[in-house]
Write a protein that binds this ligand. Structure first.
Ligand code: PLP
Length: 402
């Protein structure tokens, strides 16, 4: 089965890596040839049937794809309006969509003859997925993580170590994700021919947003096939949460040219859009260059990137991937913000009604049903992408729910 999505007219990024005015590759001159080489290597692999077959084989045999498109009967009855389906990315190996991209990138690294995988991680989810793929494919693995995050995410640090990865503590700057990224890139530039940098979301300089989107586009390609089999029509709405943007791009990409499918992404409002404690970059952000790309990002009064906040570590990010910025500007996708409290309520609701504990990230997408469902009719079809499972959040959220 070839899941590659083909479009008639939508052809982004352009040759310079831009989605409209977003994206691109704003990096130092010595970094440019390394990225150019990565772009060529990726295109070569993406057009190689043997490579794609090897990747699909891992997705099926190792990660358990295709993930179910589950008709949520009780959730549908609860709202009494349109039919709600859940795309179960939480059922992937390691519990989230991240493995789709990581298996692709680590397989590419192996094909290129690299010996070592490096990655940055904040909450540790991408680090665990990368360490998993590295163990499977027999690669050395080094994960860069801020010293503060290492203390906050102890269990994930232990998981990475158990999987054979070396966790590199970064004690510069704020000792969190951004500093971990800088340290990983610095290391990569010192060893460009031995090391492969596995990036976890649709962010960073070109070609990363494209690479991650292409590997995640299998989510939407499967949704399309599955919903046509079950309902013999396309969905009216596809919902996904957005941090850097990879699970949402993955779910949306196959539908970009299906004008009647409304694409809605939910970002983290945190404690509220006016609270100063938020991650709502697409609702409140300004255009700026950050992490090698033009994007919408939260700014402070001096025009510097502001500190973001969300109850959910996976979408606590001050910016957003360039393709989402573009889709917002051209109006092809809609972006709304969900507060911590709304997400926590949705976390409890889905657990109670369907016996599915969603990640707190994914709960942001589920929460939007409160606003959307009253506007739907009985024959509308709504697909919610459940990007990951919520075991990791349960202990912390229980304190809020009781
Ligand atoms: C990392 C993560 C996200 C956020 O990342 P995106 O690139 O925006 O998808 C969302 N959900 C889960 C479960 C995650 O682990």
């Amino acid at each position: 089965m070839n899941y590659k999505v083909k479009h008639k007219n939508y052809n982004y990024p352009d040759v310079n890596g831009f989605f409209g005015e977003f994206g691109g590759s704003f990096v130092d001159d010595n970094f440019k040839p390394v990225l150019k080489k990565l772009e060529q290597d990726f295109f070569f692999a993406w057009n190689d049937e043997t490579f794609l077959d090897a990747w699909y084989d891992l997705l099926v045999e190792y990660s358990g794809r295709p993930t179910p498109l589950y008709f949520a009967k009780k959730l549908t009855e609860y709202y009494g309006k349109g039919k709600i389906y859940l795309k179960r990315e939480d059922l992937n190996h390691t519990g989230a969509h991240k493995i789709n991209n990581v298996l692709g990138q680590v397989l590419l690294a192996k094909k290129l003859g690299r010996k070592k995988i490096i990655a940055e991680t904040g909450a540790g989810q991408h680090g665990v997925a990368t360490a998993t793929a590295a163990a499977l494919l027999d690669m050395d693995c080094e994960i860069f993580m801020g010293e503060k995050d290492i203390h906050r995410q102890h269990l994930n640090v232990e998981r990475m170590k158990l999987l054979g990865a070396k966790v590199h503590s970064v004690d510069t700057g704020t000792k969190t994700l951004k500093d971990a990224c800088d340290a990983a890139i610095e290391y990569w530039l010192r060893h460009p021919n031995e090391v492969f940098y596995c990036l976890g979301s649709t962010v960073g300089p070109h070609p990363y947003p494209m690479i991650v989107r292409n590997f995640q586009s299998i989510i939407g390609a499967e949704i399309k096939k599955q919903i046509l089999e079950k309902e013999n029509k396309l969905p009216d709405y596809v919902l996904a949460c957005v941090g850097g943007g990879s699970n949402a791009m993955g779910a949306f990409y196959a539908f970009l040219e299906d004008e009647n499918v409304k694409l809605i992404a939910l970002e983290a409002a945190g404690e509220g859009l006016n609270s100063g404690k938020t991650s709502a970059a697409l609702t409140l952000g300004k255009k700026m260059i950050l992490q090698g790309m033009m994007q919408y990002a939260l700014q402070d009064e001096n025009g510097n990137v502001a500190k973001s906040y969300s109850i959910s570590a996976g979408i606590d990010y001050p910016g957003c991937g360039p393709e989402h910025c573009y889709l917002k500007d051209i109006g092809r996708a809609q972006y709304y913000a969900i507060t911590d409290n709304e997400a926590v309520a949705a976390f409890a609701l889905l657990s109670r009604l369907e016996g599915i504990i969603p990640a707190i990230e994914s709960s942001h997408a589920v929460a939007y049903l409160e606003k959307l469902m009253p506007q739907t009719s009985k024959d509308d079809i709504i697909v919610v992408n459940i990007s990951g499972r919520g075991d990791k959040d349960t202990e912390r959220l229980l304190q809020l729910l009781t």
